[in-house]
Design a protein around this ligand. Sequence first.
Ligand code: PRX
Length: 648
Amino acid sequence: MSDGRDPAVSAGAPDRESVAPPPSFVAQANVTDPDIYREFDEEWPECWRRAADRLTWTSQYDSVLSTADGIDWFPGGELNASYNCVDRHVEAGRKNHAAIKWEGKLGETRTYTYQDLYREVNAFAAALREMGVEEDDVVTLYMPVLPELVVAMLACARIGAVHSVVFAGFSADALATRMENAGSALLITCDGYYRRGTAVDLKSKADNACLSVSQDVDQVVVDRLEGPSYPGDHRSYEDCIDAHDGEVVEPVARESGDLLFYIYTSGTTGEPTEVRHTTGGYLSHVAWTSHAVFDLEPSDTHWCTADVGWITGHSYVVYGPLAIGATTVLFEGTPDPPGKDRFWEVIERNAVDVFYTAPTSIRAFMKWGEEVPARHDLSSLRLLGSVGESIDATAWEWYHEHIGGGECPIVDTWWQTETGGVMLSTLPGVDEMRPGSVGRPLPGIDAEVVDEFGEEAPTGESGQLVVTKPWPGMPVALREGTDWARTARGDPDDEHWAYSTGDGAVADEDGYVTLLGRLDDVVNVSGRRLGTTEIESAIIGVEGIAEAAVVGGEDDLKGTTIHAYVSPAANVAGTDDLRQQVRAAVEDAIGPVAVPEEITFTSALPKTRSGKILRRYLEAIANGEQPEDTSSLRNPEVVGELESLVDE
Ligand code: PRX
């Protein structure tokens, strides 16, 4: 836990009205028996068979969990993720069922049936093989939300290659760091994408990244802009498909613990954190939660609005819904522009059953007014979901009333890149909902709120959320007990094993958990996770900057905005030009998403006597509040300077 941000032992969980799921929902729900919690508890870890058995294994696993050498879920089992997400649905006679409905940025639409997906995944898998991609090679994917991205993910999985999807909004430097770390020698990208109606170049960012890594990188380029072909030495995605159309590539049997993908997230160090997810455990976890939490059936159309580049997109745009055999909506756009009706048009046009989005979007919809969704027929919706940050009771009520027509349960799902799939949520066919609280740990998941000594915090007192038993979707580092997984302590057989989530939380008398925000140097901007240390390193790289501290300020719409307190070197003035350089440095190092909203120059940063930056103090300033306690400051002379900002 970082300086000065131990969970305050204070606030109790606010009293909330509970909302029961409507009987019409319960009548059709996948999971309706409240005994599931007790059963999973009594049968742990055997209970997780119910998740694994939603998949098709080519070799049955020997046991559910082994802790003999690290943590191994479903050891001895073999399976292929692409087979589970594509072939088996074709074999089951649903070849002409829609797998993907793509909604392009310019309003274009494309539908892929499971047969179409089968054909294209096979063709691209054959092309990857021809390019020399072998089992366990890491292939980097860098493009917006296009069907070709999903095809490339599944084609990698088919041949046992490991994908690493990098969010297209990240910079060339961020892409290069990730390719270098993964030792990736192949990049699948596209020429560009559209933003506010104009074409934005992506290929030159891809080229710059390839030039700056130490390995040679081949490129395959998807033609998104349908413009003149791009110069340079690369293959065209469309040519790859044409050349291998109709070929069949046998899905490679992967051991349960073999890697499915790398994904990078922001941690507390200056470098992105590499998270590696496995085939059997991860896929079981996301297939199970798609069934139990999102209540998905093959006949459903599921729309998760997240970008595929983030974990939410991996798990609940791609792997979960496709493992179930449902239809997944792939949405390239943003809620606006054009117009403010985009989301509701997509729901109406595709008759979406389950809609999953982030509170930041819901707050924007509220601002635009309830008359916007009221113009559309949203009656196809059966269930709503929320993820990425806490949804306050007001936004919850609005979502429930104006999008769900007062009839759809809402699942507020808590999880992380590290957990792979949902960990805490209500089961919509079983549990009552409490607006603002995510609910209890799912059946089979053991998590609790602990105080600073690792002891369970009394009901109503805040502490840190920790997961106290292994779970199938856990990443490799946690299984091996290495690298960043220092956050997990103890031996898995030991009753004190725990993974610290970095989130503050409080549980009520029924075990319903309310999240209170991060306790470490991670901020959540519009549901996107960024490390303040990473942003600070970029700022400090600017010539003439001595020190920087980045904190999150509260924001009505985005949840959090980034505030940078920057101290220029002696004799360097904090000019607009320097401010511009700071912005550009962050954009180059990470991407526009991380550029600070506010940059404040100050002669020094407030520090404790031991020299740590007092972030809590800066957070108060960022939020326009008078910081309470300045007694622990080593350099109280900065107080006047910073506090005058509050009065401005
Ligand atoms: O702080 C929690 C917040 O998002 C963090 C995880 O971010 P990331 O790894 O990018 O994954 C985002 C989507 C799974 C968590 O540590 N968070 C996620 N879901 C919720 C949440 N905070 C409150 N309520 C949630 N439902």
